[in-house]
Unconditional design. Structure first.
Length: 120
């Protein structure tokens, strides 16, 4: 995808189209916005643009089927791969993130757990 240009909403891990993010109620009652691709990658959307850290944690736990303990043991770039984007909810398009006034413009994360054989 090109920076600053809308691209069709496709999973960066498998290239399939994915559904618009929806509200998901987690185990302890918190609600986040996201979904899961057919390939198993999960995605989370930070509507406010100010809580990407919370979305990151929600995505990891969602990828681990609600297992918080397993999610906290994961090592970035070893156990999982994360790809950030800017998502336009009205047009259902992804853009590569950028910076505006020194601030990151990402509001959407794709997270894929790496296969065990890839972790070694």
């Amino acid at each position: 995808m090109r920076r600053g240009r809308g691209g069709e909403a496709k999973c960066p891990f498998c290239g399939r189209s994915f559904e618009s993010p929806r509200e998901i109620k987690a185990e302890f009652g918190n609600v986040f916005t996201g979904g899961k691709c057919e390939c198993g990658a999960v995605y989370v959307f930070d509507r406010s643009g100010h809580n990407l850290g919370d979305a990151y944690v929600d995505g990891l736990v969602f990828a681990c089927n609600g297992d918080w303990e397993a999610a906290w043991k994961l090592i970035p770039d070893v156990d999982y791969t994360i790809k950030p984007f800017y998502y336009d909810r009205e047009t259902h398009q992804l853009n590569e993130g950028g910076r505006r006034a020194g601030r990151s413009m990402e509001n959407f994360l794709f997270i894929a757990l790496n296969k065990k054989e890839e972790r070694q």
